[in-house]
Ligand binder design. Structure first.
Ligand SMILES: Cc1ncc(COP(=O)(O)O)c(C=O)c1O
Length: 380
């Protein structure tokens, strides 16, 4: 007798990011990691410790604690200049939990969902696990959205357009016009909604990115503390939608997770209430410096084309002159012991690129980038 995984998992493996990271060896400079290298801000640490020392180790509401839901609602309302109520918020296990919960709750078999042709692979995988159909929408060479193409892909079965601002792995930050155009599309097509993944929204270069949620209520806004508060392990994310849309998300959350971990929810409150702003401003400043360095070094490499990243912590050079993304990333690792992520991990169009994370100590990043530059220069 043998037991095989269900059909839902057929063809699904650990992502290329995990596989690549598993190849790291002694002394590898790891520029593949999607998280900041810092401890959490003091206010977050203190709130987490207080939670563990008190009684905040029991179940919370399925929706999340009133304090955290309220804090998320207030912060979001202030950002978009609208009154937002805590009933619109559902707390999940990371932004990933928010994505899973939203797609699980609202997708039916055969539904279509439009995802960026270069993007976080989880969108497509979750979709396929729900037996829905993911279709790519085209990005231009500067990673802006080809709206004519996007609109041509919308059918009566299209439920969601997934939007990620700023983008992983591209580092692209989309402007207000883009957010408004997406909102207009949702308003034009009755059964179409936007999933706006804004997990990197606080890691911008100049100005916090806008959101389609400012222009329409047909948005599931995905966010959390993982990236901005260097708190990937606390596993706190959320969805902000409308009171009506949130109700079924709470039902799903009960059966998927019961609730997000209580101490983590308490730890997240100061980060959401703006009590970690100094820390986050410091992160932004160090990322700005790191991105500028990465752009300067990579843009000088012959035949490598690179867009200046505007947000998140990635830079995504086009290395296609030198081979496929996997071949190049593996050769970089073998020859100069620097780990990067093959762009194929983000869709077939990504195969022309490698992803380099700038969330790293400046000097270590510089060393890694110079080794990458030397690797390519040896091949010219
Ligand atoms: C675009 C994007 N969305 C969501 C997530 C998941 O974030 P979390 O760690 O909060 O689950 C990530 C993590 O890398 C990401 O890059």
């Amino acid at each position: 007798m043998s037991l095989t995984p269900s059909k839902k998992l057929q063809g699904i493996e650990l992502s290329e990011i995990r596989k690549m990271n598993a190849l790291a060896k002694a002394g590898t400079i790891n520029l593949g990691i999607g998280e900041l290298p810092f401890n959490v801000p003091e206010s977050v640490r203190e709130a987490g410790v207080a939670a563990m020392n008190g009684a905040a180790t029991r179940y919370t509401r399925n929706q999340g604690t009133p304090e955290l839901c309220e804090a998320v609602a207030v912060a979001h309302g202030a950002r978009i200049g609208k009154v937002v109520s805590a009933v619109q918020v559902v707390i999940t296990n990371g932004a990933q939990g928010a994505l899973w919960n939203t797609l699980y709750t609202y997708l039916d078999e055969g539904d279509e969902i439009l995802i960026p042709e270069i993007g976080f692979s989880v969108y497509e995988t979750i979709c396929s696990m729900q037996r829905a159909k993911a279709k790519n929408y085209k990005l231009n060479n500067d990673f802006s959205i080809d709206f004519d193409y996007l609109e041509s892909q919308i059918t009566d079965n299209t439920k969601f357009i997934v939007f990620n601002n700023p983008g992983n792995p591209t580092g692209k930050q989309y402007d207000s016009e883009t957010c408004k155009k997406l909102a207009d599309l949702a308003d034009k097509h009755e059964s179409l909604y936007i999933i706006s993944d804004e997990i990197y929204k606080d890691l911008y270069t100049d100005e916090q990115p806008d959101t389609p949620a400012r222009y329409t209520d047909k948005v599931f806004l995905i966010d959390g503390i993982s990236k901005k508060a260097s708190a990937t392990g606390l596993r706190i994310g959320w969805t902000i939608s409308t009171a009506e849309l949130a109700k079924p998300l709470i039902v799903s959350n009960q059966y998927i997770a019961t609730c997000a971990a209580a101490p983590s929810q308490m730890a997240a409150v100061p980060a959401v209430k703006g009590e970690a702003e100094e820390f986050i401003a410091g992160v932004r400043a160090s990322l700005n410096k790191n991105r500028a360095l990465a752009y300067e070094i990579l843009s000088k490499i012959p035949y490598v084309k690179v867009n200046k990243p505007e947000g998140a912590f990635y830079i995504f050079p086009d290395i296609s002159h030198y081979g496929t993304s996997k071949d190049v990333a593996v050769a970089i690792l073998e020859e100069v012991n620097v780990l990067t992520i093959p762009g194929i991990a983000f869709g077939s169009r990504g195969d022309r690129h490698i992803r380099i994370s700038c969330a790293m100590d400046y000097e270590v990043l510089k060393q890694g980038l110079l080794k990458i530059a030397a690797f390519f220069e040896n091949r010219v």
